[in-house]
Design a protein around this ligand. Sequence first.
Ligand SMILES: Cc1cc2nc3c(=O)[nH]c(=O)nc-3n(C[C@H](O)[C@H](O)[C@H](O)COP(=O)(O)O)c2cc1C
Length: 314
Amino acid sequence: MVDLTTRIGNLTLKNPIMPASGTFSEELGEVFDLGCLGAHVTKTITRETREGNPTPRVCEVRGSMLNSIGIPSRGVAYFTTRVIPFYARYDVPLIVSISANNADEFARICEEVSVPGVAAIEVNISCPNIEEDGKAFAMRPLSTHDVLARLRRATDLPLWAKLTPNTGETTEVAIAAEAAGADALVVSNTLLAMAIDIRTRKPKLGNLMGGLSGPSLKPIALRMAYQCAKSVHIPVIGCGGISTIEDVIEYLIAGASAVQVGTATFLNPSTMPRLIAELQTYLRAEGIAAVGELIGSVRDGEVADALVFMEAAP
Ligand SMILES: Cc1cc2nc3c(=O)[nH]c(=O)nc-3n(C[C@H](O)[C@H](O)[C@H](O)COP(=O)(O)O)c2cc1C
């Protein structure tokens, strides 16, 4: 047997595959055994119940998708009374994703979800917030540091900071998150994007703009995961465009200790269990005893043999 376990701070995951926030819910348990996953990650919740953005909230773009779901939330009470008990039946760490409009609200929800049954808190600092005039905390190192330092004081649970590709300061933000006490980085959330219906000349999303996810995001998020892994000492969890086992291996080699799968689950709800099985097969075939041997093994002093310019041409 190959060893699929991976460590994210003080948590040991049975394998490095987990869902991306907002693309996973209890109903997937009707498709496969949720006990097979490395972790369970909830949709982002806020303190109060929220409606989310105007419709349409999703649209397809070539090979990928845009969403402007917003954060429709059933609030903290629903989470503690319904969601935690549901996941308690599985021997899998439960990660709750939280968001808030300002640092005060963030600290309050952080305290409220720091309860038995929660293994770690994923801090969605990639959403627009009021204090920063619609900018996401994770766009800038200072706001990243301020909010995470505040959350660090609010909980003893591990904090995973979810970063955004909508910044020119990826490594600075990563370093700021680590300095403020984050235990891991999730890299990354969606890239701000837009699509227009040329027939009606109207934007395809009710919110005008939305987040790009899926295969088009992968090279960007992979680059970010690599940059982050090089610049911090805490684990990096790769996220963006993962749908094949090659994608998973690439993120691990780039330095990610685990990965999150989002959009691919919408295309095929069995993607995650398939990737876990294929990871096992890959390691065995390559004679690699443990997934840890891959993590950060990129030979970045050298260049791959052939340059393939249009590998994924339509
Ligand atoms: C429909 C949809 C809803 C999402 N909701 C959330 C969310 O609530 N919180 C969050 O942090 N990220 C959310 N995301 C972003 C994903 O967690 C992930 O970071 C992103 O989609 C990139 O991964 P992917 O290319 O594998 O989908 C959402 C993405 C999609 C497509």
